[in-house]
Design a protein around this ligand. Structure first.
Ligand SMILES: Cc1cc2nc3c(=O)[nH]c(=O)nc-3n(C[C@H](O)[C@H](O)[C@H](O)COP(=O)(O)OP(=O)(O)OC[C@H]3O[C@@H](n4cnc5c(N)ncnc54)[C@H](O)[C@@H]3O)c2cc1C
Length: 406
């Protein structure tokens, strides 16, 4: 008989929900759970988290889990910098090994316009306290000797933005760590409980209708990522968010050949090697909006072609798995966080697109602060929903991992 310790059986508690909580969080992904954890750590533990599926079963369970802070804008860089700092201590904070590996990151430049963009990022990163610098082809090869610099071919690599503190973590461990600690502190987590309506009184949101009945709360956080637009449509709120599939795949385990995460927006590919030896391969979102999470042969072929441009040594490697998750894409590739005008008590935490895993610690911490202090923290002020009406877009598209195919 297999022995399961009581600790493993009871990672988080689940019972019948109460009639009322201080805070309800819709969505038990990495953002909903980190919000729950930072609330509880600060003494607000009368909190319920509802998910229509299993804990972490949305995009969080499908992430390729790259963590970095080398963004482009004065709004994005400090936000992701603070998140990366929180990741550095997260295993200790959660007493759970999230397997954080700071392997470094190379963003490859293939043209003068690429280098212009990478130079801007390098200068802004340094000015805002993020370690990041331009390196030459010779220096790139010292870090990644297996990389094809494509000398004499189209799109040769002429420089890279090197960001040493970037890394990866085990995505499930981050979800489980937050869920376990939040639960220990008193948060109640209800998987397989769908929110299908809201309780409204004038302009105030008083609670949610769920498959387990109606439950009231003073504050309601929607952390539903790809489903944010449909959840908000239950209240006739339209979000500037479209849902796109993002696919990824891994090879069979290989001996160590890659030491950093590498990315080329021009060749539409990124890759890194896990501790187990598998090469994780990803690229841009699919070229059409849909809620389907079916992986496609088209993307398998595209991603393989893209990555072989950079790593021809992988030509005989077998693909072990391919999978798909959904991404809540905003027009400016930046998140949406904060209060919603005309819906008192409602807080949005969404617009995480292809970049949300790395943001989870700081997004949860700042969302918790917003609820506790009834005031939007400076770090997330630029990410308000109203920016789309005010014309104050953040525009992080140029620092996306792999440019969209459309
Ligand atoms: C293939 C892939 C690779 C990625 N790689 C990276 C990466 O390398 N680095 C990075 O930073 N980001 C990456 N991302 C993005 C990142 O994974 C997401 O942005 C992040 O996980 C979003 O977390 P979340 O908690 O907001 O959403 P989710 O994890 O999607 O959680 C939302 C939850 O809401 C629940 N829900 C929805 N509607 C309802 C309802 N009506 N009632 C109750 N519950 C509901 C869902 O079931 C779901 O569990 C990747 C994404 C994918 C798909």
């Amino acid at each position: 008989m297999r022995f399961i310790s009581p600790e493993i059986k009871n990672m988080w508690s689940s019972s019948q929900p109460n009639d009322k909580y201080d805070v309800i969080i819709i969505g038990a992904g990495v953002h909903g759970l980190s919000t729950a954890y930072y609330l509880a750590r600060n003494g607000i533990n009368n909190v319920a988290v509802f998910d229509k599926g299993y804990v972490g079963g949305g995009a969080s369970a499908r992430s390729t889990a790259i963590i970095r802070a080398n963004y482009l804008t004065a709004e994005g860089i400090p936000f992701f910098r603070e998140s990366l700092k929180l990741y550095e201590d997260l295993s200790k904070e959660l007493s759970f090994n999230i397997l954080f590996n700071q392997m470094g990151r190379l963003d490859l430049g293939h043209s003068e316009s690429d280098i212009f963009n990478l130079n801007l990022r390098s200068e802004f990163n340094q000015a805002l306290g993020v370690e990041s610098k331009i390196i030459s082809p010779e220096e790139i090869l010292e870090i990644e000797p297996k990389l094809d610099l494509r000398i004499g071919k189209p799109h040769p690599v002429i420089a890279a933005l090197y960001h040493p503190p970037a890394g990866t973590a085990r995505h499930d461990a981050v979800v489980w760590g937050y869920a376990r600690e939040a639960s220990k502190l008193g948060v109640k987590i209800f998987p397989f409980t769908e929110v299908n309506g809201f309780v409204l009184s004038g302009q105030r949101v008083q609670g949610v209708k769920t498959t387990k009945g109606q439950i009231l709360a003073d504050n309601i956080v929607s952390a539903t990522a790809a489903w944010s637009s449909s959840v908000m449509s239950l209240m006739d709120i339209t979000l500037p968010i479209s849902t796109y599939p993002l696919q990824a795949m891994v090879t069979e385990p290989l001996k160590p050949i890659l030491s950093a995460t590498i990315s080329s927006p021009k060749l539409h590919a990124y890759a890194y090697q896990t501790d187990r030896g598998e090469i994780v391969i990803g690229g841009p979102v699919d070229p059409y909006s849909t809620f389907s999470q079916k992986s496609t042969l088209f993307m398998l072929e595209e991603l393989s072609t893209f990555v072989l441009e950079l790593l021809p040594c992988l030509r005989d490697a077998n693909i072990l798995r391919q999978w798909t998750g959904l991404c809540d894409m905003t027009p400016d590739y930046a998140p949406v966080m904060g209060f919603v005008e005309g819906a008192k008590g409602l807080i949005l935490n969404c617009g995480w697109g292809t970049w949300g895993f790395k943001a989870a610690p700081i997004s949860g911490k700042t969302t918790a602060e917003l609820i506790m202090n009834h005031k939007v923290p400076d770090l997330i002020k630029p990410f308000s929903l109203s920016r789309f009406e005010d014309g104050e877009l953040v525009n992080e598209k140029a620092s996306a991992t792999a440019a969209a195919l459309h």
